[in-house]
Structures are given as C-alpha cells and as structure tokens.
Design a protein around this ligand. Structure first.
Ligand SMILES: NC(=O)C1=CN([C@@H]2O[C@H](COP(=O)(O)OP(=O)(O)OC[C@H]3O[C@@H](n4cnc5c(N)ncnc54)[C@H](O)[C@@H]3O)[C@@H](O)[C@H]2O)C=CC1
Ligand SMILES: O=C(CO)COP(=O)(O)O
Length: 325
C-alpha cells in the first residue's frame, strides 16, 4: 500500500466529521473515531452526525470507538477542542506507529502551559510527527463540498507536500509551509478577534468600525506572530489574515456569534464551541510575556472575565493615544 493511504480522525465533532469527508473524497481509507461507543455506533448506522446536521457521511468512512483501531492509520487528524487535545493524543500515543504524522486541526493555545497545538502533540505523543492544518473553512461549507483553501504546516517540507497530496482535492485545497508557529498563532488569535468583531456588529457600530477593528486586529495578530518568529507571508496568508477575514465577517462563526450576543446584551449561544473564549486569557498572557501590545484581545479577555463592561472597553479603545500606523 502506498504511504499515507489511510487517515484516522480523532474527534467526531463538526470539524472532524467534515475532515473525514475531505479525506474520503481525496481517496483515502478513512476511520472516524468517536470516544463514546454509543455515539460511534449511531453515526456508523445512520451515516449522519447530529453535530453536522443534514450532511450525509461519505460511504467509505468507518466509525469506531476503538482507539487502537484508529491509531493504525498512516495519518492522524486530531480534531478535538484545543483544551482536550493533550488528553486525546495521550490516549492515542501508545498505539501509534513510530513517525506517524499527527495533524492538529484545533485552533487555540493550551491553558496553564501556554503551549501551541503542535507542542502539545510533541509532548503527548513523542514518537509522532506533529503538524497543523488551519485556515478559513467552516465545517458546514467543507462538508457540502464548497471550495475551501487552508494551510498545512510541518517542519519537514517534503512531508508537508506529501500530506497536502494525501488530503487535497479540487474543492479542499491545502497550501503547504514549514512555518508551523505562524499557522498556529493565526488560528488561535483570529478566534479572539472574531469575538470582538461580533461585539462591534452587536453594538451597531457600523461597517466602517468593523473594517477598522478587523484591520487593527490583524495588526496585533501580526505583532505577536513576528515576536514568536512567524513569517510575514504566513500571517498574511490563509491561516492568518484569511481566517481572520472569514471569522470577523459572519455569524456563521461561533466566535463572532458569541460576540454578537454579548454586544446585543443577549445570553451566549448554548452548546456552541467558541474557542476564542478559552484562548483570550492565554493569548493575553503570552503577549504580555513577549511584551506585545494587544489592546483588542486584552479588551475581549477583560469583558469575558467580567473585569470590564463592553461600553468601557469600547471607550478605552477609542481614547487610546493617536500613533503612527
Ligand atoms: N467547526 C468548524 O467549522 C471548525 C472548527 N475548527 C476547530 O476544530 C476544533 C473542534 O471543533 P468542532 O469540531 O467544531 O467542535 P465540536 O464541539 O463540534 O466537536 C468537538 C468533538 O471533540 C470530541 N472530543 C472532546 N474531547 C475528546 C477526546 N479527549 N477524545 C476524543 N474526542 C474528544 C467531542 O466529543 C466532540 O465530538 C476546534 O478547535 C475548532 O476551533 C477549525 C476549523 C473549522
Ligand atoms: O475556524 C473556523 C473557520 O475557519 C470556524 O470558526 P468558529 O469556530 O468561530 O465557528
């Protein structure tokens, strides 16, 4: 069998299910792992995952709750929420073949450790090869076969190219890079900034304010990226600016939707994962440690931590001293 023929997806949420479909469409042999046996059996039988309602599972996808079976694949996609990645990969690690690529598809930074997703994989599965996939791509769009482009990064360029070949198709186009840190920072920061964008819209501050917020948000994302050694072209690419533009523009983004609710003074949407709410405090701690100014992200963290009202946060941002762009 040629290298990278089989793919397992760990985490049967919306994104994991969409990516299982992507891999099946690319001609891989695909296993979708759900940790709950009943949930796995239900998806296997019904060929629909309630987390991705209305989307029929590709007939080639096998669903399992047996981690040892899932671990046999040539490529692993780790698609749990960011704060659950360490547990999921740790569970998988003893069963993996040496040097198996484990691609993080979560967007966030680990609480407490400040570790990025590939660092978490390297610690939880030391014999695996960590990689990251991130970019502007809603699970629903991807699962419906709408055109999408993302970035896939790992330190070894030949492997990055091979992974792109294994997963890519006409409608799901990964671009490869070796700038792992650049890709990780874009995906983590854009979620926090999308909450701010949702607040701007929820507060009816206007389209001009939304454009200003998104642009100044990119400026702080890029500042942190540069301080952490990311490349400018990655920050301005699909996983940075591209994903920021998507997530700051529509309530299809759960992070934007959270901000929208906050801005309107409504309750947060129930049962919708908004990674930015978990990332915000860690991102701000990381920025402070790097001496990077991130006023928008700091405001989001303070609002979510009940240390600042939305009105006070807006006034604080609007009355900052004028400075060079
Ligand atoms: N939904 C989307 O459009 C996209 C999501 N992402 C990212 O993908 C990650 C996951 O998001 P979603 O799939 O949307 O969330 P989700 O809430 O739909 O699903 C998360 C899944 O992870 C599973 N899980 C949690 N801990 C686990 C563990 N230890 N072992 C195995 N499975 C575990 C849960 O049971 C659940 O099925 C997030 O970091 C998100 O930012 C990235 C791009 C697009
Ligand atoms: O990461 C995403 C799109 O690229 C999904 O965004 P949300 O998690 O905000 O829904």
């Amino acid at each position: 069998m040629p290298a990278h023929m089989s793919v397992s997806v760990i985490g049967a949420g919306a994104w994991g299910t969409a990516l299982a479909d992507v891999a099946a469409r690319a001609g891989r042999k695909v296993t979708l792992y759900a940790r709950n046996a009943e949930h796995a059996a239900q998806i296997q039988a019904m060929r629909v995952n309630p987390r991705l309602a209305g989307v029929q599972l590709h007939p080639g996808i096998a669903v399992t709750s047996d981690i040892a079976v899932a671990a046999l694949a040539d490529i692993i996609l780790a698609v749990t929420p960011a704060q659950h990645l360490r547990a999921a990969v740790g569970h998988l690690a003893p069963h993996l073949k040496p040097d198996t690529p484990v691609i993080a598809c979560a967007k966030g930074i680990e609480h407490g450790t400040h570790k990025f997703m590939t660092e978490v994989i390297a610690e939880a599965a030391p014999r695996a090869v960590p990689a990251i996939l991130s970019g502007p791509s809603f699970a629903d769009d991807v699962a419906r076969g709408l055109p999408t482009a993302v970035t896939l990064a790992t330190r070894d360029e030949a492997l990055a190219r091979a992974l792109v070949q294994a997963l890519g198709s006409a409608t799901f186009r990964p671009y490869h890079t070796t700038d792992v840190r650049g890709v990780e920072i874009g995906g983590a920061a854009k979620n926090v900034l999308a909450i701010a964008a949702g607040i701007v819209v929820g507060k009816n501050l206007g389209a001009s304010a939304l454009a200003a917020l998104t642009t100044r948000g990119f400026s702080e994302l890029a500042r942190l990226g540069r301080a952490c050694g990311a490349r400018a072209e990655t920050l301005a690419g699909l996983s940075g600016l591209g994903d920021l533009l998507l997530s700051c523009s529509t309530a299809q983004s759960r992070n934007f939707a959270l901000g929208l609710a906050l801005g309107r003074g409504e309750a947060a949407p129930i049962g919708k994962l908004a990674e930015g709410a978990f990332t915000a405090p860690v991102l701000c701690e990381l920025a402070a440690a790097q001496k990077v100014d991130m006023p928008v992200s700091n405001a989001v963290a303070a609002i979510l931590g009940d240390r600042l009202t939305i009105d006070a946060a807006i006034e604080g941002l609007l009355t900052r001293p004028f400075k060079a762009e």
